[in-house]
Design a protein around this ligand. Structure first.
Ligand code: AVJ
Length: 322
């Protein structure tokens, strides 16, 4: 598909998802993947620097600390592919440790072109690492990477930052199963998961004092205004992040401060909201180690090696396809 064709298809998906999520009665919702346009990605980068949000620092600490052991446990003939590369900063430790053994190809997979450009800026000049951008959805990207593997080569997939926590429980296992189906014995998935921790710590991380997370959340409406001719008045919404104890997840919402309606021209939709009604924009599940192991097993992975951070409970799990 041409670059323009891709843009067109992405726009059609956005319209379809906005119609489905905001056009229904009952709890309105938007898929959290739409939080990450170029502005949203920049706001998320700012979140990772906040003192209240320890998740990304814990992820990076673990990868730096255990990169050498990770390399020892994996075949020398290896390619690395990353799902949703983000800024790519914490991936550096892994690539340096692996390429110290033998040069390797690194495939960042992302549907966002600006994200891939940033990733090349961050990781494009590591000695022994050839970076090959994959402008694809996760599973299409996985297909493309395994199609290019040479015989005798293993693949390490990276799914870091607890992005798996955005899926609901069934969705997470289903996704991991689809990843597993593309792997062969000797391949592996390195999975980052944020762990259950005291609720006040979690609430602070998603209700930061500076208001960056609020801006990150509100940007999804601003994006609808920019890209779909929406007329949301952002001042009439407020950021809400709550902890759902039963489901062990943070839920992020946009709460309507008044009874209102907003037209979205390109979706042919007028959204009506009562005072206090919310649009649910993200779930961020928190895991216990046994949850991670159960997910891995349920998806058909073999033995798992785990590293955890004590300062900000977080786990890195190496799921082997055996
Ligand atoms: C990138 C999905 C892991 O769930 O903590 C940060 C996104 N949302 N603050 C998370 C996010 C609000 C983040 N993930």
């Amino acid at each position: 598909m041409s670059a323009q064709g891709i843009q067109h298809a992405l726009q059609a998906d956005f319209i379809r998802d906005v119609r489905a999520g905001l056009g229904k009665s009952g709890q309105k919702e938007l898929p959290s993947s739409y939080l990450y346009d170029e502005i949203g990605a920049a706001l998320f980068e700012a979140i990772t620097l906040l003192p209240e949000y320890g998740l990304t620092r814990a992820d990076a600490r673990l990868l730096e600390l255990h990169a050498a052991e990770l390399a020892r446990r994996l075949p020398v003939s290896l390619v690395v592919a990353e799902l949703g590369s983000g800024s790519g900063r914490k991936t550096r430790w892994i690539l340096e440790a692996l390429a110290g053994r033998r040069p390797l190809d690194y495939y960042p997979i992302d549907i966002s072109r600006p994200a891939l450009v940033k990733c090349r800026g961050e990781l494009g000049r590591i000695p022994g690492v050839t970076l090959i951008e994959m402008e694809h959805s996760y599973l299409d990207g996985l297909d493309a990477v395994v199609a290019e593997r040479q015989s005798g080569q293993s693949v390490l997939f990276l799914f870091l930052g607890s992005t798996i926590g955005n899926f609901d429980q069934a969705g997470a296992v289903d996704f991991l199963r689809q990843v597993r189906a593309r792997l062969e014995p000797g391949d592996a998935l390195l999975l980052g998961t944020d762990l259950v921790k005291p609720v006040d710590q979690l609430l602070a991380a998603y209700n930061d004092a500076t208001g960056v997370t609020a801006a990150f959340n509100l940007n999804i409406l601003a994006r609808i205004n920019r890209e779909l001719g929406g007329e949301f008045a952002l001042a009439d919404f407020e950021h809400r992040a709550i902890y759902n104890h039963g489901k062990r997840r943070i839920e992020m919402h946009l709460r309507s401060k008044c009874r209102q309606q907003a037209r979205i021209r390109d979706a042919g939709l007028t959204v009506r909201l009562e005072e206090g009604e919310t649009i649910w924009t993200e779930s961020s599940h928190k895991f216990r180690l046994e949850d991670v192991n159960a997910m891995a097993q349920g998806a058909g992975f073999g033995p798992t090696i785990q590293w955890t951070d004590e300062e900000w409970p977080f786990a890195e799990s190496l799921l082997m396809a055996s």
